[in-house]
Design a protein around this ligand. Structure first.
Ligand SMILES: *Cc1c(COP(=O)(O)O)cnc(C)c1O
Length: 393
């Protein structure tokens, strides 16, 4: 059994492309072209060059000695926080901007919640001199002012989504509406392993550079390519997909996915999709999502804006359903404590999303000689105000 996508765009029961008919030509153009384009020598050359010289790859695989000592396992941190723009998201936006160019597009649209994907998209559009329009909920624009300013400095137009709850899902609806109206010249850059096929697979492939590097780095450090455990936080699931990718079908590697429990799974203020979600359709794919009895998407909550998403990508829904991935949820409180702990033990201030992944060491025991690789998905600069408020710094 493989945990990769099949030719029909499914991971087990999940995935597919559930889209309005008017979007079909856009998605079909991408679906029929993406694999060939990604395999072109010229594409690979340009992608690899930019990852190296612009993003700063390969990112280090760092043996966290004091952290390891404390928790009694060999813990390695994959330093995606050192990527240009401060997180893994840019791996995907670099890939997709090159894809857009190959498809002859000269305009980019994106949706963003916390603004991180908006910034990563605006960055690559500036790099390429391509017009960029980012849809963002009106509420999120108010909550995430620094990222709105960043996007504007990078030359993007930020359009407020004023309908519904005025958050991420409404921004997504606006972006889809735009794409329907501009099918010829516009590419829609989705920010995680979500959306209709081929997006989850395309984004996972762009992010798979993470585990490609881990294999080599672990070989050098441990004399083997595979760790015993691989750990990542899951919002939509792109940093997780990237670090799991080359280990998905190697069942000796234990896959651990960490979700945001918010104030607690049963409090009504949570984003723990595997615990609370049921099968449904969101953003054009069949997956697990948090919904009411009549199928309306529920508003998720997490202290970390990047995990505040009501679904997970279909790859992860399948890892959960099949038991291939072990899903653990971590509360706001636990994540904040784990974030501060990494600062003190290793001198690294993690993003609060990432802090969720680190919190599992307080919840779960590992053996002394086991190798655990954690995806350090992003740095905490953007979260400074949340840290300050939480700890009265
Ligand atoms: C956006 C973000 C995430 C969550 O997104 P995924 O697609 O699940 O990776 C996690 N960590 C950081 C630092 C982020 O910016």
């Amino acid at each position: 059994m493989s945990y990769q996508v099949n030719e029909k765009g499914y991971y087990g029961d999940f995935g597919g492309a559930f889209i309005p008919e008017m979007l079909y030509p856009n998605v079909e153009e991408l679906r029929s072209g993406y694999l060939n384009i990604m395999q072109e020598e010229g594409f690979q050359k340009e992608f690899r060059q930019l990852l190296k010289d612009y993003v700063g790859r390969p990112t280090p695989l760092y043996f966290a000695e004091r952290f390891s000592e404390k928790f009694g396992a060999k813990v390695y941190l994959k330093r995606e926080d050192l990527c240009h723009t401060g997180a893994h998201k840019v791996n995907n936006t670099i890939g997709q901007i090159l894809m857009a160019k190959r498809l002859g597009k000269n305009r980019i649209i994106a949706e963003t919640g916390a603004g991180q994907h908006g910034v990563a998209t605006a960055t690559v559009c500036a790099l390429m001199g391509i017009e960029c329009v980012v849809y963002m909920g009106e509420i999120d624009i108010k909550r995430q002012a620094p990222n709105v300013a960043r996007m504007k400095m990078l030359g993007a137009t930020v359009v407020p989504a004023k309908s519904g709850s005025r958050t991420l899902k409404d921004a997504t609806n606006e972006a889809i509406r735009d794409w329907i109206n501009n099918p010829v010249d516009t590419h829609y850059i989705i920010g995680s392993v979500v959306g209709p096929h081929p997006y989850p697979d395309m984004v996972a492939r762009f992010q798979s550079v993470i585990s490609e590097e881990v294999k080599k780095q672990l070989q050098e450090k441990e004399g083997r390519e595979a760790p015993d455990h691989v750990v990542a936080c899951v919002g939509g699931g792109s940093n997780a997909a990237g670090i799991y990718y080359h280990y998905l079908d190697d069942e000796k590697v234990n896959i651990i996915a960490v979700e945001a429990a918010g104030e607690g799974i049963l409090t009504g203020k949570s984003a723990a999709t595997s615990a609370l979600g049921r099968e449904g359709i969101i953003h054009g794919s069949k997956t697990l999502l948090m919904q009411t009895d009549d199928g309306q998407i529920t508003e998720p909550y997490s202290i970390s804006a990047g995990l505040d998403y009501p679904g997970v990508g279909p790859l992860h829904a399948n890892l959960f359903r099949t038991g291939r991935g072990k899903f653990i949820s971590v509360t706001d409180e636990e994540a904040m404590a784990a974030g501060l702990q990494l600062c003190k033990l290793e001198g690294i201030i993690p993003a609060i999303e990432t802090a969720h992944a680190l919190a599992i060491f307080d919840k779960r025991k590992f053996e002394k000689d086991e190798v655990v690789v954690v995806n350090l998905s992003g740095r905490g600069d953007k979260d400074l105000n949340t840290y300050i408020e939480h700890f009265n710094l």
